[in-house]
Design a protein around this ligand. Structure first.
Ligand SMILES: C[S@@+](CC[C@H](N)C(=O)[O-])C[C@H]1O[C@@H](n2cnc3c(N)ncnc32)[C@H](O)[C@@H]1O
Length: 359
């Protein structure tokens, strides 16, 4: 189990049907409200069914203390592998519940896990089991999904409205088709850590942020230098480099930041004003990555090499301007570790942007 977790495969959790999670939790709550401590044995199977995919082991533990010890292990692994995420917070709560039960019994948490459960208050045991099950259900719900990005998935009105506003008020190149795809990808995969390299005016970042706000969890880190020194550090083409040297980066940035404030997107969006090369160290793992920064051969390849290694298996990588001669080496590197899942075409019928899934 530890090895699997180390490989980032905790996401197996994601295969769970959310309706089943809600059903299991309802069973636990029902047993708890009917019998409290006396319903302990009825609560055990659904509680374990919730925890088993997180634990990646099918063997049910023997009795509530066995379940606590499995929950404690899961809590440790989630905290270690997904630090700073909502899932890790819930996982830590599991340990808090176990510690409280131990304190009430005058034991250390370790001693509790090996204690004779007959000496514990059944009501307190059952309350702890119910609390752990609620945390496990939250972890399952918050875990990224790996289902397909359905192109016909209806978008919530709040997301569509923000996409339209971004199109009207912000500078950038994100087409409506791409904006809606990004939003659908976030809504369907539920990434916790999203990264966009190359924010410019925010046109492609806002659809992701809108989807995260709809989900109520997850963050997008927008990496952008807003600096001619960085954007033309490596040559792309003479025309392109002149264009990027002469634009008013300050005004574009200010307009984007004002939009974030006006639309109350400060919880979902973290702006990193820096070059992508300097900020890659900030991330241990990424669930959703949009690469749309420098388009030079060196810059785009460096972005792929530095960032795609951080993307979890099953995570999404969107790569813009795949048809440029200068970005082709980067795309080929990307294809060595990711499978294409969607292509956007430009007006001339050429591939313009591609979405991939990390192997
Ligand atoms: C094509 S634009 C991004 C467009 C935006 N994603 C959209 O859809 O409207 C590329 C952006 O990447 C930024 N950029 C270029 N090289 C960068 C680097 N090394 N680090 C951070 N940002 C960079 C540029 O300043 C520019 O704003």
């Amino acid at each position: 189990m530890t090895e699997l977790a180390r490989n980032g495969r905790m996401i197996a959790v994601a295969e769970r049907d959310q309706a089943a999670v809600a059903g299991l939790l309802a069973q636990i709550q029902d047993a708890h409200s009917r019998g409290g401590g006396s319903a302990l044995q009825q609560m055990m199977p659904p509680a374990w069914a919730l925890l088993a995919p997180v634990a990646l082991t099918p063997e049910a533990p023997n009795g509530p203390l066995g379940l606590f010890s499995a929950a404690d292990l899961v809590s440790g692994l989630l905290t270690e592998h997904f630090p700073g995420t909502a899932r890790a917070e819930r996982a830590q709560e599991i340990r808090t519940h176990i510690r409280r039960l131990a304190e009430a019994a005058g034991l250390s948490p370790m001693a509790l896990l090996t204690a004779d459960e007959r000496n514990l208050d059944p009501q307190a045991l059952s309350d702890t089991l119910a609390s752990i099950a609620r945390c496990a259900a939250d972890i399952v719900r918050l875990s990224p999904l790996r289902q397909e990005v359905a192109l016909d998935m209806p978008l919530p009105s709040g997301v569509s409205e923000l996409i339209e506003k971004a199109e009207a008020q912000l500078q950038g190149w994100c087409s409506r088709e791409k904006a809606e795809y990004l939003a659908r990808a976030v809504l369907s995969q539920r990434p916790e850590i999203c990264v966009e390299i190359g924010v410019f005016g925010g046109r492609s970042l806002i659809p992701c942020a809108a989807a995260l706000r709809e989900l109520g969890s997850g963050e997008i880190y927008g990496i952008e230098s807003w600096s001619p020194q960085v954007s033309v550090e490596f040559n792309t083409s003479a025309v392109n480099d002149v264009w990027w040297r002469d634009i008013d980066y300050g005004a574009i940035k200010e307009n984007f930041l004002r939009f974030l404030v006006d639309e109350r997107l400060m919880r979902e969006v973290r702006v990193i004003e820096s070059s992508s090369q300097r900020s890659s160290q900030m991330f241990d793992r990424i669930d959703f990555l949009h690469i749309d920064g420098g388009h030079s051969t060196y810059g785009s390849s460096e972005d792929v090499i530095l960032y795609v290694r951080k993307v979890v298996p099953g995570g999404i990588v969107v790569f813009d301007d795949v048809n440029w001669a200068t970005t082709t080496p980067a795309r080929l590197i990307l294809e060595a570790v990711c499978d294409p899942i969607h292509t956007f075409y430009d007006e001339a019928g050429q591939p313009a942007c591609m979405a991939f899934r990390k192997r």
